[in-house]
Design a protein around this ligand. Structure first.
Ligand code: 3UK
Length: 517
């Protein structure tokens, strides 16, 4: 069980403790352009910003502060300064537009924003129209204010159950959901997932692509390294094409990114020196076995899959090295419980797919949302995923609950068909959804990105259909295959099946109109 003192400001554990224990000279942050911050440098920067927040910007404990920036050192310092000053961080994705920022500002009742100057425009539109947002401070102004104040700041004396961060997820549709996390949660994800599954050392160096506004990135690129006094490489640009050269330059040992990025890096591995890598974590969406196998064949490393959620802050099902089963997500992380339940909440036996429910120290608490009554039952969070448990307690991902395709009475999981397609040597990416069909209700429609040098011709579609029929139950094969240049994805690396479903629906409607003519 995870125990923390009643009075706790988590930033003291992530930074001040290292100074107290003589590690102030260890490197905390590296960034392109030669920037290096030790833990002492980081502590001073955090303290200066905390002084600006409390003395000049009027922050009082419990205030919510919006952060908007790419992954860079000032973003991290501002993040930790808000928490050290007793505030609540609301970090936002760099690609969000004014409309989405306004929804967040209104829902979280945010009065102050700290913003990288390059991302100011959309936020300024929000500020102009908001009843809540009173002040936006650019990073350049923040730095000049910070340079004029003391590098000492005593942490605000919060308790372990004080909220210190709001996590927003937009989901695929509708209004953004907001979940609340405590000071102790930020330590708990380090001590439960990172400490038991990832097991980093102070000598490790972390790198990766997820934005810090995505809690996958916050954990993997800030909290896990800082918990053990390790270092992190922050990249403002971290597409697969940027990540490999950065790995060659900075020689990190631990990498965090999404399955699609690992797939995209495989063909280019031979052109870069990636051999410093020891552990590679994959999350955000399902890791197909074909991707696991291809990464292992190319690097000798076993990708560490893990399912996490903003609701639970980080990963709650995964497997340590030596216990990985390719194709399975893993077992509940120590400290968490997971189960597969039926439509009426009953436990389902091994081998039966059903709804995933998870319970643990870090969630789930929605802010002002009737989702709490619907999706959190007796402490168990219903994640919205269909999973199957096996007799050994491993959990196997099937689909998002609404990504099941019902075709001529069969239930077909889109991701299973995608995984089968990805095992074919010609396929780079695949997205599979239901397409309305007058006879079958739905047919299985695949959108496929081919690898370079494979022709997008009808014979290729037939070859893929034959291939899938041999890999999985034949009734699951994609009756329709379209070749596309790329698939729609979120900033967090998730396939936007919602968008694919709309495309499929429009295609079906126009096909029907054409046949009626
Ligand atoms: C899906 C996965 C299969 C799944 C997240 C690690 O993704 C994160 O949080 P979100 O709130 O989305 C949660 C949903 O994403 N998912 C995530 N990982 C996996 N599906 N296999 C996986 N390994 O539908 C889940 O319900 O954006 C991931 C750490 C922190 C996070 N916030």
């Amino acid at each position: 069980e995870l125990r923390y003192p009643d009075r706790l400001n988590c930033v003291t554990e992530f930074i001040d403790r290292h100074l107290r224990e003589g590690r102030g000279g260890s490197v905390a942050i590296l960034a392109p352009g030669g920037l290096t911050w030790t833990y002492a440098d980081l502590a001073a920067e955090v303290n200066r910003i905390a002084n600006v927040l409390t003395r000049e910007l009027g922050l009082v404990p419990g205030n919510r502060v919006l952060l908007r920036a790419p992954n860079n050192p000032t973003m991290v310092a501002a993040y930790l300064a808000v928490i050290k000053a007793g505030g609540i961080v609301v970090a936002t994705m760099p690609l969000l537009r004014a409309k989405e920022l306004t929804e967040i500002v209104d829902k979280a009742e945010i009065g102050l924003a700290l913003c990288d100057d390059r991302l100011m425009d959309e936020l300024a539109k929000t500020g102009a129209s908001s009843a809540f947002l009173k002040r936006i401070v650019g990073f350049a102004e923040l730095s000049s204010l910070a340079a004029a104040v003391s590098p000492e700041f005593a942490p605000v004396d919060t308790v372990r159950d004080d909220v210190c961060l709001f996590g927003f997820t937009s989901g695929t549709t509708g209004k953004p959901k907001c979940t609340m996390h405590f000071h102790r949660d930020l330590l708990a994800i380090c001590d439960a997932y990172s400490g038991n599954v990832l097991k980093p050392q102070a000598t490790d160096r972390f790198i990766g692509s997820p934005p810090l506004a995505f809690t996958f990135g916050l954990g993997g690129l800030v909290l896990f390294p800082f918990r053990v006094g390790a270092s992190t490489v922050l990249l403002e640009k971290a597409s697969p094409g940027d990540l490999l050269p950065a790995i060659a330059e900075f020689k990190p040992t631990i990498c965090f990114t999404a399955p699609t990025a690992y797939r995209a890096m495989i063909p280019a591995l031979s052109e870069h020196n990636w051999r410093s890598l020891r552990k590679c974590v994959s999350a955000g969406e399902a890791l197909p076995k074909a991707t696991f196998d291809a990464w292992k064949a190319a690097t000798g490393l076993e990708l560490m899959d893990g399912i996490g959620a903003t609701e639970m802050l980080h990963i709650f099902i995964s497997a340590p090295e030596g216990e990985i089963r390719p194709g399975a997500t893993g077992k509940p992380v120590p400290g968490y419980q997971a189960k597969v339940i039926g439509d009426h909440g009953e436990d389902l036996p091994p081998g039966t797919p059903g709804r995933l429910a998870v319970r643990g120290p870090t969630g789930c608490r929605y802010l002002a949302d009737d989702r709490q009554a619907k999706y959190v039952l007796a402490g168990w969070n219903i994640t919205g995923d269909t999973y199957m448990a096996d007799a050994d307690g491993y959990f196997w991902y099937q689909a998002r609950n609404d990504d099941m395709i019902v075709s001529a009475g069969y239930n077909i999981a889109g991701p299973e068909v995608e995984a089968a397609l990805l095992a074919h040597p010609a396929v780079a990416e695949a997205g599979v959804v239901g397409k309305p069909d007058p006879e079958r209700g739905m047919i299985v429609q695949a959108y496929v990105v081919l690898k370079p040098d494979f022709p997008a011709v009808p014979a290729m579609a037939v070859e893929l259909q034959v291939y899938v029929k041999a890999e999985i139950a034949p009734y699951k094969y994609p009756r329709a295959i379209s070749f596309v240049d790329k698939l729609p994805r979120t900033e967090t690396g998730k396939l936007q099946r919602f968008t694919l479903r709309e495309i499929a629906k429009a295609e079906a409607a126009s096909a029907e109109a054409a046949s009626a003519d």
